[in-house]
Design a binder for this molecule. Structure first.
Ligand code: SAM
Length: 452
C-alpha cells in the first residue's frame, strides 16, 4: 500500500506516530470486528476471537465471514463495526450527564455509532436524535436503525444549522465529522486517491462550519464528543483548540484500559486532552476522539407541542396484541399508520416535527387496513414486538429463501400473519393464506444471490 508522502510528512512529530511502525501496520490486514446487540444477539455462529477493550459488546473475529449470508446479521443481532470507533462508548459512559438524556448524533449514516449509542441509553427515558444530511445516506441510516430495533430513536434528515436552532436542547452531542478519511486507508485503499493536503484543509473548514452551526443545540453542562477517522492535525487537535473560540469548555479526559493502545495527545493552545488511535498501537483503524463539557449558558428552545388526535380504543386494544406488554409506549396515529413511541420520543417529536425533516420517530407498528393491522417490518425487528406473536422458526435454507423474498411454506405455519425466525432471530413477516404464503420481507432489502 502506497501511502501519500505528503500525509506521512505531515504526521511527523505527532504523539504516537512512528513512520516505520505505521507503514508496517498498513502492510498487514485490518482486523474484523462486530458489536453485538445487547438484547437481540442470542445464539450466533460468528468466529469470535476476543473482546474490544473499550466496548462491552465489541468483539474481534478470527476472519471475515460472509455477513450477507448470515440471517442473524439481517435480524440486527450484531453490527459490523470497526473497533477503534467503538471507543465513543468510554467518552459517553464516563461523562454523560445524569437523568433522562437527549442525545444528538449529528453525522450519523450509516449508523455504527447510532446503534452503539442506542445500546448504551436508558431506552425508557433517554432519546437519540440521529441525523444525516445526505438523503440517500439517511435511507441507509434508517434501515440500520430499524434493524437495531430500539424505539428510542428519531431519524432526521437535516442540515446541522436546522438542529442548531433547537437551542439548549441536547445533553450529549456526537459529531463524528466527515473527514479526509486517512484512518481508513488500510481497509479502503481506493480512498487514498481522494486524499490531498488541500482536501484536509477543506475538511477542517467544513468541520468548523458544522460545529459552529450545531453547537447552540448543546445545553449548558452538556457533553460534546468529537471524532474523526483522520490522522491530520488540522482536523483533530486544531479543531479541539478552535472550539474554544465558540464556547467555554471543561476539558474531559477519557480513561481506557491500560495497554489497550490509544495515545494521549493535547491541543497545543488549550492543552485539551485528545486521543489518537493508530493501527500500530491498537487493534483497529485510525481514529481521533475528544470530549468537552460546555460551560456556557445556552438559550433554551421552547415550542408548543403539536396536538395529535387520540388513538381510538379499539385500535389501542388491537395494538396491545402486537406490542410487548411491559413496553412504555404511547400510540400515535398518522393517517393509516400506527406508531408506538416512548413518552420522551413522542414529546420531542410533537415539539419539533414542524421544524425538522423527521424520517422516523419511534416504532412504526403497521398500517391499519379494513381487515386489521398490516404489521410493518420494523415491528418484527423491534425489541417491542410481543413475545407471543406466532412465529415459524426455519432452517438455514428456508431463511435465505425468505431473505431473497421467495415464497416459503414452513411446516406448521400459523394461519394469517406470523414471523419468520432463524435460530430465534426474527427476520420479518409472512402471511399464510392457506394455499400459499406471502413473503413480506422489504423488497429493497432483499438478499441478492451471491452477496457479500
Ligand atoms: N457516524 C457514522 C457511523 O458511525 O456510522 C459515520 C459518519 S461519517 C464519518 C460522516 C457523515 O457526515 C457522513 O454520513 C456524511 O454524509 C455526513 N456529512 C457530510 N457532509 C456533512 C455536512 N456538511 N454536515 C453534516 N454532515 C455531513
Amino acid at each position: 500500500m502506497q501511502l501519500p508522502d505528503a500525509l506521512l510528512a505531515s504526521l511527523q512529530g505527532l504523539p504516537g506516530y512512528h513512520l516505520a511502525a505505521f507503514q508496517q501496520a498498513h502492510a498487514a490486514a485490518a482486523p474484523v470486528s462486530v458489536r453485538l446487540h445487547p438484547s437481540k444477539a442470542g445464539r450466533l455462529q460468528l468466529p469470535l476471537a476476543g473482546s474490544v477493550p473499550w466496548a462491552q459488546h465489541g468483539h474481534y473475529l478470527q476472519y471475515r465471514p460472509s455477513f450477507a449470508q448470515d440471517p442473524a446479521w439481517h435480524a440486527g443481532a450484531y453490527y459490523v463495526q470497526e473497533a477503534s470507533s467503538m471507543a465513543i462508548e468510554q467518552a459517553f459512559l464516563q461523562h454523560r450527564p445524569s437523568g433522562p438524556l437527549r442525545v444528538l448524533d449529528l453525522c450519523a449514516a450509516p449508523g455504527g455509532k447510532t446503534t452503539h449509542l442506542l445500546s448504551l441509553l436508558n431506552t425508557e427515558t433517554d432519546i437519540l436524535v440521529t441525523n444525516e444530511v445526505i438523503q440517500s445516506r439517511a435511507n441507509i441510516l434508517l434501515e440500520n436503525v430499524l434493524k437495531w430495533g430500539i424505539p428510542a430513536a428519531i431519524v432526521t434528515n437535516n442540515d446541522p444549522a436546522d438542529l442548531g436552532r433547537l437551542t439548549g436542547t441536547f445533553d450529549v452531542l456526537l459529531v463524528d465529522a466527515p473527514c479526509s478519511g486517512s484512518g481508513l486507508f488500510r481497509r479502503d485503499a481506493e480512498a487514498i486517491k481522494e486524499w490531498s493536503p488541500a482536501n484536509v484543509q477543506l475538511c477542517s473548514q467544513r468541520q468548523q462550519r458544522i460545529l459552529a452551526d450545531v453547537l447552540p443545540a448543546l445545553k449548558e453542562d452538556g457533553v460534546l464528543i468529537y471524532a474523526t477517522c483522520s490522522y491530520s492535525f488540522e482536523e483533530d487537535e486544531h479543531i479541539a483548540d478552535w472550539l474554544y473560540q465558540l464556547s467555554n469548555w471543561e476539558p474531559l479526559s477519557i480513561e481506557f484500559p491500560s495497554d489497550s493502545g490509544p495515545v494521549l495527545s493535547s491541543s497545543p493552545r488549550q492543552g485539551h486532552p485528545c486521543y489518537r488511535f493508530y493501527p500500530h498501537h491498537v487493534q483497529g483503524e485510525g481514529f481521533f476522539l475528544a470530549a468537552f463539557r460546555k460551560k456556557q449558558s445556552a438559550d433554551t428552545f421552547r415550542a408548543k407541542p403539536a396536538r395529535a388526535a387520540g388513538v381510538p380504543e379499539p385500535l389501542r386494544r388491537e395494538m396491545s396484541q402486537w406490542l410487548l406488554p411491559s413496553a412504555p409506549y404511547q400510540l400515535y396515529q398518522h393517517e393509516q399508520q400506527l406508531y408506538a413511541m416512548p413518552p420522551a420520543v413522542i414529546d420531542f417529536f410533537q415539539t419539533t416535527r414542524q421544524l425538522l425533516k423527521v424520517r422516523r420517530a419511534g416504532l412504526l407498528v403497521g398500517e391499519w387496513q379494513r381487515n386489521g393491522l398490516q404489521p410493518d417490518h420494523a415491528l418484527a425487528l423491534s425489541t417491542w414486538a410481543h413475545p407471543d406473536l406466532p412465529t415459524s422458526d426455519v432452517d438455514d435454507e428456508l431463511a435465505r429463501q425468505y431473505l431473497r423474498k421467495e415464497a416459503i411454506m414452513p411446516t406448521g405455519a400459523a394461519p394469517g400473519w406470523s414471523m419468520v425466525s432463524w435460530q430465534g432471530h426474527r427476520l420479518g413477516w409472512m402471511k399464510n393464506l392457506g394455499n400459499r404464503t406471502n413473503n413480506y420481507y422489504p423488497k429493497e432489502w432483499r438478499l441478492r444471490t451471491g452477496g457479500d
